[in-house]
Every structure is written in C-alpha cells, then in structure tokens.
Ligand binder design. Structure first.
Ligand code: HEC
Length: 183
C-alpha cells in the first residue's frame, strides 16, 4: 500500500511539473503579432531558378502538347515518381499543378538576385516586369487548361506559355556571347 501511494505521488508531481512546463512554454511562445517576420531569402542565381524551377514545371505542359495527360499510367511507386504525370498528383492534375507552380515561380523572378555571370538581374526594368506578368498569366492559363481537361485548350495554353518565355529570352537570354554577356 505504501509503495503504491508513493508511485501515485510521483505521478501527481510528474503531472504537475509537465503541466507547469506546458503553461510556461505557452506564455513564452511568440504570438503572430510579435514574432519576427520572415523575409524572402535568395539561394539561387537567375540561371539556377530557370533550370531548377521554370524548366521542369514548363516541361509538363510542353509534354501535354504531344501526349494526352489522361493516357499516363500511374508509376509503380506513385509517391516517389519523378515524372509528375505518373505521380500521386498525375494526369490532368499534373497540368494544373505545373500552371500554379509557374504562376508562383514568377514571384521568384522579381526578387533581386544575380544572373549566372554575377551581375544583378534586371528585375526592376519595366519590360522585365511586363514579361513576369505575362508568365503569371500564362501559368494561370495552363492551370485552367488542366481544369478544362481539353487537349485544344492545352495547345493554346502551351503556346501562350512558350511565347511568355520567348519574349523575355529574346532580350535577356538569347544574346551573343552566352552566359557572360546576359542580363
Ligand atoms: C522575365 C524574364 C524571363 C522569363 C519570363 C523567362 N525567363 Fe528563362 N531566362 C531568363 C534569363 C535572363 C535567363 C539567363 C539567366 C542567366 O544566364 O543568369 C534565362 C535562362 C533560362 C534557362 C537557362 C538557359 C541556360 O543557359 O542553361 C532556361 C532553361 C529558361 N530560362 C527557361 C525558361 C522557361 C521555360 C520560361 C517560361 C516558362 C522562362 N525561362 C521564362 C529570363 C526569363
């Protein structure tokens, strides 16, 4: 009996300690109002953003010009498939997601960062900003094409997207001299 009471006392004390620690932690936790707000941080050059984010996302819709998104069979392991069409979010949903990814990726193009050659990218230029908006609109057109599940709408959206890429590339990427001469 005595031992049993001792165990109970230890449990009660343990509970009180935990409850106190929890209340204390709540009191210390920063609220939304006074937490330091996060700022965008830059890790990649414009060249790396293009290769790592825009290129893979846009290839989904460019593939959909040729292959019907509904024709893809899910991969054996959908959750680890590197092909959006055969992944867990495959088929037409992959088209929707690539459109949203591109519209969101447009935000990365207005964050000041360097080009591949180390020069600052011209993110403040009026024409650059106009073509970023064109990319946003094209991304949302791709999203809507995915929702429409219509191959003709996909062709139009892919064309709108390719034109958006091309407009900016004509001035800022396709320059004689390649990477060292860009931006
Ligand atoms: C607002 C301007 C702009 C838009 C819009 C844009 N790009 Fe770019 N892109 C650039 C610039 C500038 C470079 C060169 C970057 C560098 O060298 O640092 C580039 C480079 C690239 C590269 C790398 C080329 C290489 O030398 O390896 C790829 C790939 C690319 N873009 C894909 C795309 C795709 C796909 C789209 C459309 C979905 C797109 N970009 C839209 C400005 C843009």
């Amino acid at each position: 009996m005595v031992r049993c009471g001792g165990v109970r006392r230890v449990l009660v004390v343990g509970f009180l300690v935990l409850a106190f620690a929890y209340v204390h932690a709540l009191a210390q936790a920063p609220t939304d109002r006074n937490a330091a707000s996060q700022q965008p941080r830059v890790y990649a050059s414009m060249l790396q953003v293009m290769r790592g984010v825009l290129y893979p996302a846009s290839n989904v819709i460019f593939t959909a010009q040729i292959d019907d998104p509904a024709s893809f069979k899910p991969a054996e392991h959908t959750s680890t498939s590197s092909d959006p069409f055969t992944s867990t979010y495959g088929g037409w949903e992959a088209v929707e997601n690539s459109g949203l990814a591109l519209a969101e990726a447009a935000n990365l193009l207005i964050i000041p960062r360097a080009c591949g050659n180390g020069k600052p990218a011209p993110v403040g230029n009026a024409d650059w900003q106009m073509w970023v908006q064109e990319l946003r609109d094209a991304g949302m057109a791709v999203y809507k094409a995915g929702q429409a599940k219509d191959n003709d709408v996909v062709l139009q959206a892919a064309d709108t997207l390719a034109t958006a890429c091309l407009h900016c590339h004509t001035k800022y990427r396709n320059v004689p001299g390649g990477i060292p001469a860009r931006c």
